[in-house]
Design a protein around this ligand. Structure first.
Ligand code: LLP
Length: 414
């Protein structure tokens, strides 16, 4: 459910015409709906209201501090994967006690930053990392809370690039080894405190069973650890719940909630979730202007002012994003590729898509662009990164200025 709709023939973000925003801030532009963001958070939170839980929104999905602040105000914690994300989260007002830190390659300075901040826990992904955290905590005379991210060898049944729970993936520590590491830490790594067990098997999951399969395995680990006198207070299930981009039958958070609660009944832990996409994906659109149209003998092309540097998902994963006319003024359809100005054939938003017959100057809304859209954008082809706008009711506000040419060479020297 989101708040992007047509009123008569014009496309609106909540109470504001997308055309009006685009005129004022230019294109391409990202537009987020505040009401959609808060609704998504509330739906997720509601799904777990009967059990102790903590939502740690996954910053990487959309890291604008206005977006982070929206969730933080609703009570959210954050899941971070870098010092940069920690910095953002703190700027946005995050409570350190609600921060979990994931990622396979945490640098020493990042670990130190997180320890000084006093985060809830590190989700540790290798034995060497565990020792490094212990060493740094000792140097700082601090105790570091940790969970081991377990690799449960479960197939998330999603795109291979965003599947993370199989032994061949770089993520986490395999079950048997993870248990040994908890025991080793208990006996030898005195600056560490085991607080939880963590597991994140992938992103854009549209089935519940991989989650419950992974939960079964993590539950066994918790039981084994407890039998060894290692108390586990948190079970971090990661993120990964999918959304509908086209016709995927993604489970509602309520359904996901039921299954997770059932599977973790009586476990006596606080559940942690790291949702990203399900919070922001359908709460954002990318608006592009048609620059040119071109008819070839094999293909029609619609060339927009947005490109793969603004939204990389179609090029990277072949992802589908619905495309809508910001002003409906023709019933005629054409089959076309929607492409950007970047010098690569992988620079496309749609291929052989039936679309309204866009002409030069028309605006289009590229839908479901709130997750992994702006946060994965780049300056490739020396294109300034685009402006981001938040709509709340009948008002809108720029939450990140469009970059200038000067920004492009910031810090560069001849
Ligand atoms: N926790 C961890 C440890 C993660 O690695 C991720 C995402 C999440 C939580 C949030 O997952 P979500 O709820 O958003 O599925 N760029 C790709 C997605 C990469 C996901 C990376 N990790 C895309 O555009 O589809």
């Amino acid at each position: 459910m989101n708040f992007f709709t047509y009123k008569k023939n014009k496309f609106y973000a909540e109470g504001v015409a997308v055309e009006r925003i685009s005129k004022e801030v230019g294109t391409p532009c990202y537009i987020y709906s505040h009401k959609t963001l808060t609704r998504h958070y509330a739906a997720f939170d509601e799904a777990f209201k009967s059990v102790p839980h903590l939502i740690c929104y996954s910053v990487k999905a959309n890291s604008n501090i206005a977006v982070l602040n929206t969730f933080i105000k609703q009570g959210s914690g954050v899941d971070i994967v870098s010092g940069g994300e920690l910095f953002r989260a703190l700027k946005a007002g995050a409570n350190p006690k609600k921060i979990v830190y994931s990622g396979v390659g945490k640098r020493e300075d990042e670990i130190e930053y997180a320890l000084k901040t006093g985060i809830l826990m590190f989700n540790v992904e290798s034995p060497e990392e565990l020792r490094t955290i212990n060493k740094i905590a000792g140097r700082l005379k601090k105790k570091a809370n940790f969970a081991i991210r377990v690799n449960p060898n479960v197939d998330a049944k999603t795109h291979p690039y965003i599947s993370t729970g199989l032994k061949k993936n770089k993520f986490g520590i395999e079950t048997e080894q993870a248990i040994k590491e908890y025991i080793f830490a208990k006996n030898n790594l005195k600056n560490l405190v085991p607080l939880g067990v963590d597991c994140h098997i992938g992103s854009q999951l549209t089935q519940i069973s991989p989650f419950t399969d992974a939960l079964k395995k993590t539950k066994n680990i918790i039981a084994t650890l407890r039998s060894q006198g290692i108390d586990i207070k948190y079970l971090d299930i990661g993120g990964g719940l999918g959304i509908t981009y086209k016709d995927e039958d993604a489970p509602h958070p309520g359904k996901y909630g039921k299954a997770v609660i059932e599977e973790t009944k009586g476990l006596g832990v606080t559940l942690i979730f790291e949702p990203g996409r399900v919070m922001v994906g359908n709460a954002g659109i990318l608006v592009a202007k048609v620059l040119y149209t071109k008819q070839g003998t094999e293909k029609n092309f619609i060339i927009t002012d947005a490109a793969m540097n603004d939204l990389a998902r179609p090029s990277l994963y072949g992802s589908y994003h619905a495309i809508k006319a910001v002003r409906k003024n023709s019933t005629k359809e054409i089959k076309a590729d929607v492409v950007g100005p970047i010098c690569e054939s992988g620079d496309f938003f749609a291929k052989d898509r039936e679309l309204p017959s866009f002409k030069s100057g028309d605006l289009m809304a590229i839908m479901s662009a709130g997750a992994y859209g702006f946060s994965m954008s780049s300056n490739y082809n020396s294109r300034p990164r685009t402006v981001e706008v938040m709509v709340t009711g009948n008002k809108f506000k720029i939450i990140r200025e469009r970059e200038s040419y000067k920004d492009l060479i910031k810090g560069e020297k001849i």
